[in-house]
Write a new protein. Structure first.
Length: 294
């Protein structure tokens, strides 16, 4: 870990105030991910979550059978109604998108709520592959959200899709991590949290870098790697990180909190039926996030 790296607090939290965060994400009827993760996790961290559903799924895409409904056509009217009611926002947290046109919807939120933080989880794929409903057009459009992002939170697959670089797997050395971080910062992100580096030593590493201090001042955060993987950990991590940021924690502290929250939730998940498919069960660990605002 680089000890002299500067850290940043993105949101000054008044303990009496409940910040409002638009969660722009899909909704799955079955399976632990997207809005069914974002709403309870952000709520536990003391946020008023305002969902903007980008798609409706019967179940997440790890299942062989699922229905998918793109909600693009309803979102302009949805946000028009918010505007008429003088809805205010402190953050815009975006994740899975149903179409390339939805990037403009998020950019509209940025324009209409200029003081809101831009928290971008570019949910596009994992393990070197795009998710089934994603296309190259949608990935290219999603990359536009990196420019000006207060926090950009890709995994290594998403980092390769955003930057047009070949996916090199998860075992990256420090020099390779620096190259990826710089490429992401070059897209215009103010801060980057790069997730999921696995060097085969029993730890998973995430890296935090800022445009203000450069990649030389990156922070490394290592967490114990558990001997199994679970769907939905990326959504849980991003939601917990956003919740910690909105609770007034620094970005590095927020990334550390999110990593440990996911690890603990994975340990809880293994005791649940069908956990391999259904996804990460975080309910028993929400107290970790609630403690941030007590």
């Amino acid at each position: 870990m680089t000890q002299d790296a500067q850290d940043v607090t993105l949101f000054e939290r008044d303990p009496r105030y409940i910040p409002r965060v638009a969660a722009v994400h899909d909704m799955c009827g079955y399976g632990k991910c997207s809005l069914t993760a974002a709403i309870p996790i952000l709520s536990a961290a003391g946020c008023d979550v305002c969902p903007v559903p980008t798609a409706l799924f019967s179940a997440h895409t790890k299942y062989k059978v699922f229905t998918f409904h793109d909600t693009t056509e309803i979102l302009s009217g949805y946000l028009d109604a918010w505007k008429q009611e003088d809805v205010d926002l402190d953050g815009v947290y975006s994740g899975f998108l149903g179409s390339a046109e939805q990037v403009a919807i998020i950019q509209r939120l940025y324009r209409e709520y200029p003081k809101a933080l831009h928290l971008v989880d570019p949910v596009m794929g994992d393990g070197g592959e795009m998710y089934p409903t994603y296309t190259e057009e949608l990935c290219k459009a999603t990359a536009q959200l990196a420019d000006g992002a207060d926090v950009l939170m890709p995994n290594l697959t998403e980092a390769s899709l955003l930057t047009g670089r070949k996916y090199a797997g998860q075992n990256l050395d420090d020099a390779q991590v620096d190259v990826v971080l710089q490429a992401l910062l070059d897209l215009g992100a103010k801060n980057v949290v790069l997730k999921g580096i696995d060097r085969g030593d029993g730890q998973l590493r995430n890296y935090v870098a800022s445009a203000a201090t450069g990649v030389a001042a990156k922070r490394e955060l290592a967490h114990e790697k558990l001997p199994f993987m679970i769907h939905g950990t990326g959504d849980a991590f991003a939601s917990a990180l956003c919740g910690a940021v909105m609770a007034g924690r620094t970005l590095v502290e927020s990334a550390q909190i999110a990593g440990e929250f996911v690890r603990h939730a994975m340990q809880s998940t293994r005791n649940q039926p069908h956990y391999e498919d259904r996804g990460v069960s975080f309910e028993l660990n929400l107290g970790e996030l609630a403690s941030l605002v007590k």
